[in-house]
Design a protein around this ligand. Sequence first.
Ligand SMILES: [Zn+2]
Length: 343
Amino acid sequence: MRRASWLLVLVSLVLANACSGGSGGGGIGALGLPDMTPTEIVAPIATPPPTLAPSPAPIPAAELPIIDLHFHPDPAWGGEALDRLFDQLNVRAGGNGAAGADAVAISEAAKHPGRIIPFSGGQTVRTLIDRYGSRVWTLEAEEARRYLEELETSLRDELYKGIGEVHVNNWNSNIIGSPRYRYPADSALVQQLFELASTHDVPLSVHMDGEPDSVAQMERLLAGNRDGLLIWAHTGHYADPATLRRLLEAHPNLYCELSYRTAISAGRRAPAMDDNGRLRPEWLALLEAFPDRFVIGTDIGFASPPAYAAHIATWRGILLQLSPETAVKLAYLNAERLVKVSP
Ligand SMILES: [Zn+2]
């Protein structure tokens, strides 16, 4: 190596002399080699290490802001009372379809700017199906087609941040007190809703029990429009982690919302956590394997600040069990990306 270095030095000196056109008396041509030791030549110039700005410390999971993507706006929560509740619990925003007509979602969003995220379509689609049956999901009913036109206008006017919650299969999950629906997740109606969602860059929230036939229909819907983003409300209620892993791998446009999968929700069938609030190992592994694909939801059916606070406390307990990177994504980053709300 040392011999090679010296050869390089000699060649460099020859070239340097030639290029400068010089013929100085001290040049190599005159054999006036300078007395240079290898250390003088090869000593590297010390480069200072790059100075990196210290990265901000991560916010502890217990203090992360939360976006709740299964919150049905309802005037019964109150005006300032809702803002105070969200402030106390550090819930930055909540949203989905209103508990009532779409107009309720719009007016609540206007009363709570940036805090209520209005979705469209949940109640309207249910009412249409109650009235016209299967002719709604086949789009044979003129009323259904007219609704889609109205929805398109509202989306063009950016009145809504999402579509849903659309109940395509709540047969096993809403047993008491709610009407039950079961129609294909890839029916003409849902395909059109998904198309509208992707055209206007908003997600479609679908309540669909994790039954094999429904799952197969949902897979066809997802594969048919990769630009569409689907939020699977309640993560299918009882879809198991192995199925979810397969679906999340196969469908990059599938997102899972986790209300009714925690131990606090009444009527849960396969919670991700045990009765002591610990995430089951297969769920912890799933959330860490797909940290960008899950969002938080509460889905409280009636306005109850104590019940809401208990749900958020449950969620904070779950966030504490996740890595800081995954916790911040579940708390609000994934939701923020899906519904385009700014910090
Ligand atoms: Zn639901």
